[in-house]
Design a protein around this ligand. Structure first.
Ligand code: UDP
Ligand code: MG
Length: 319
């Protein structure tokens, strides 16, 4: 692939320890893509895998010139890997999907035909999730609903990053400077004509989810802090309510001391109020801290990721 403008479809696939899935993924992708267009590219972003994923990708790239791999210098995380893929992609449309075949490649033709009807974003909407723990399903369901309540955004429910986006959207995403990426929120924020195609989310083919609870919470926090200032508003509200209450208690304490001349014997009430106020303060500081940590990340202006090696020779872009 030498000329920039000729690629119709770019696939962006982040890879973190997916050695057992790459072969099957490539086989199924090829079957689908070959029916759609001869001019496609598949970008694999190796996000610091510890298994033989990279060797496999290099091997694939040698056999098929439409394969591009980007090899990160370490693990930078799923959202960053996807962003790198978008930075390096050249297609008129980009399709983002996972490597573990939870997102069926066969849905791509449906996504693409919606694009041809004029939609800029076509996301896969999970009608059903198979082979995932009850906890994961429940927490994901709750998260999407809480996020919807907390933000003015129209983030579609039960969607992940599996979606097709047009070149226009890709270029706009590249202009968004935040370092804590929450792509599905950013895409919703952009607007344009968007639609969904529902599918059944399959079980992971091989291996284990690399999204343990702490990573999920982190992503959830990114989603909330990037798109909602409500936690800050709550903190302010609690601060004001608590100070008003404290003020009343002070007046009462002074009154009972000087006028009623009853010294309060209240160790219990003291300890309860200290604990309560202390707790609220710590939570508030924590919430503010979450926002500040994200601001400092943006201010530092470090590169989002570092590509150690790649087979892409033209049009590479390091942010
Ligand atoms: N992934 C990645 N970097 C990470 C974690 C995951 O690039 O730090 C990739 C992974 O290889 C897969 C996709 O992101 O292609 C989704 O990950 P996973 O299947 O573990 O998440 P889940 O489906 O459980 O949400
Ligand atoms: Mg998965």
């Amino acid at each position: 692939m030498d000329e920039n403008k000729t690629i119709e479809i770019s696939l962006v696939i982040p890879i973190f320890n997916e050695e057992e899935n790459i072969g099957e993924l490539y086989r199924r992708l090829k079957l689908v893509l070959d029916t759609l267009t001869p001019s496609y590219e598949i970008l694999f972003i190796n996000d610091g895998s510890k298994d033989s994923s990279l060797t496999q990708l290099i091997h694939l790239a040698q056999t098929d010139s439409r394969i591009v791999y980007l090899n990160f210098s370490r693990n930078f995380g799923h959202q960053v890997a996807v962003m790198a893929g978008l930075d390096y992609s050249k297609g008129e449309v980009v399709i983002i999907m996972d490597a573990d075949l939870q997102d069926p490649p066969e849905l791509i033709s449906e996504l693409y035909s919606k694009y041809q009807e004029g939609y800029q974003v076509v996301y896969g909407q999970r009608a059903k999730r198979e082979g995932e723990t009850l906890f994961k399903k429940l927490s994901a369901k709750c998260f999407y609903r809480i996020l919807k309540k907390m933000t003015a955004l129209d983030i579609p429910l039960d969607t992940g990053d599996f979606r097709l986006i047009s070149r226009r959207i890709v270029d706009l995403l590249k202009e968004m400077p935040e370092k804590n990426k929450f792509l599905r929120g950013q895409i919703a924020w952009l607007g344009f004509r968007q639609t969904g195609v529902s599918y059944i989310r399959q079980e992971r083919l091989h291996g284990q989810s690399a999204y343990p609870l702490n990573k999920m919470l982190h992503l959830a926090m990114d989603g909330i802090t990037s798109f909602s200032d409500k936690p800050l508003a709550w903190v302010t509200f609690w601060g004001i309510s608590m100070s008003s209450l404290a003020f009343l208690i002070i007046i009462y304490a002074l009154y009972s001391h000087f006028i009623l001349e009853q010294t309060m014997s209240g160790w219990t009430s003291l300890i309860i109020s200290v604990m309560f106020l202390g707790g609220i303060q710590l939570i508030s500081i924590g919430i503010i801290g979450q926002y500040i940590s994200r601001i400092t990340k943006d201010v530092r202006q470090r590169p989002l990721y570092i590509v150690e090696s790649t087979n892409q020779t033209t049009g590479s872009k390091i942010q």
